[in-house]
Design a protein around this ligand. Structure first.
Ligand SMILES: *Cc1c(COP(=O)(O)O)cnc(C)c1O
Length: 382
């Protein structure tokens, strides 16, 4: 098929040409001076994206690896943690915690809401002995298009006076949705390369607050590759304890430059506008957005409830060369997800929504064709 493929899944996202070009370069000696300069340059600007002046560790791994790193560096066998069933990714993180030997209190959810700060407070208030060592939150639940209000969750924890750590997954929100590791008092922020950061898959991150760094000294879960300390030691000189993913670091350097040029507030506002235009289209079609609380709408993606969603996605891929996200876990076949994050603009979104509208119509879904007009109306405003 001629023309560009539209990769509108909620990650991996479209890699900008500038990032691709930055990666098309010879490999350099990862123990030489040029490499040290690259690492130190990256580490000097990476923290701004997390809203932190604390260290950020980079792993040559998918986001799942950084989940594990956050747990094994801060916790000990049989430690109690609380997590919340916001969707598929929260469920996977829970399963990992169980496999690592943690005692997991999993608060059930309906996959349409984020974490309720009051429920966090209730859980911690009930834990007078401070058996709970960490609260795990997925900031943007990529399976549902629902965000959790991390600043409010932090305030709820602080109001109880409970010392539990707050570990937050920002894999599909970092560099797309407003996020502030330091200001919000997050102890470990987990992130990945292939969503808002506009890179190919393969890097992931832990931003580490002072309380987490202190906890790491006592934490007894087994760790070797994921251990923060050897990485922090080597990073201080611009190196890694093993062979790093050199080309992804070239790409990261360029992606950070692009985010800096646009400005993070502008990046967040762009994502929010695109999310609003997408919801306008969905409602204009007469369909339902899965997220129900307007305080929790995702800027990165929109999940659309529709029967027979996989058949619609298959037709759209076949006919329009446009990939949409599938329903995950208990939402399989019941939603499709439109990714509108990363390197993206108004006309790309208009094209995406036009493709979805044509695909819905061709699939025989009874829709109002006014959806696309509603989206364009939103896009015509700043
Ligand atoms: C994509 C994603 C993950 C998994 O990341 P991988 O890079 O696939 O390991 C975890 N959590 C969230 C919220 C995600 O969006």
């Amino acid at each position: 098929m001629s023309g560009r493929h539209f990769l509108q899944i909620p990650g991996p996202t479209n890699t900008p040409d500038r990032v691709l070009r930055a990666m098309a370069a010879p490999t350099i000696d990862h123990r030489g001076p040029e490499f040290a300069e690259l690492t130190l340059g990256i580490l000097g600007s990476l923290g701004a994206v997390f809203g932190t002046t604390q260290p950020v560790v980079i792993y040559p791994a998918s986001g799942t690896g950084a989940w594990e790193a956050a747990l094994v560096n801060t916790l000990s066998p049989s430690d109690r943690v609380v997590c919340f069933e916001t969707g598929h990714f929260a469920t996977l993180w829970r399963e990992m915690a169980v496999r690592l030997g943690l005692e997991v209190d999993f608060v059930p959810g309906d996959w349409r809401h984020g974490v309720d700060p009051q429920q966090v407070a209730d859980k911690l208030t009930a834990d007078a002995e401070h058996a709970v060592k960490a609260v795990l939150v997925v900031h943007n639940e990529t399976s549902t298009g629902v965000t959790s209000r991390v600043a409010e969750i932090r305030r709820a924890i602080d109001a109880t006076g409970h010392p539990a750590l707050l570990l937050v997954d920002t894999i599909s929100s970092l560099a797309s949705i407003d996020y502030r590791h330091d200001e919000w008092g997050v102890d470990v922020t987990v992130a990945g390369s292939q969503k808002g950061l506009m890179l190919p898959p393969g890097l992931s991150f832990n931003a580490i607050g002072p309380k987490a760094l202190e906890a790491a000294k006592q934490a007894r879960l087994r760790r070797s590759f994921w251990d923060w300390q050897p990485i922090l030691d080597a990073n201080s000189r611009g190196f890694f304890p093993y062979t790093p993913a050199t080309h992804l670091l070239y790409g990261l350097h360029e992606a950070l430059r692009m985010l800096d040029e646009e400005g993070l507030p502008q990046v967040f506002a762009r994502h929010q506008r695109h999310a609003e235009a997408t919801r306008a289209a969905v409602r204009g079609w007469g369909l339902e957005v899965l997220a129900v609380d307007e305080r929790e709408y995702s800027g990165s993606l929109t999940a659309v409830s529709v029967p027979d969603a996989d058949r619609i996605r298959a037709l759209i891929l076949d006919r329009y060369h446009l990939s949409l996200g599938s329903g995950l876990g208990r939402l399989a076949g019941r939603v499709f997800r439109i990714g509108h994050l990363g390197d993206f603009n108004d006309v790309m979104l208009a094209g995406t929504l036009a493709g979805v509208q044509m695909g819905l119509a061709a699939s025989g879904v009874p829709i109002d064709p006014g959806g696309i007009t509603a989206a364009l109306d939103r896009l015509q405003r700043p």
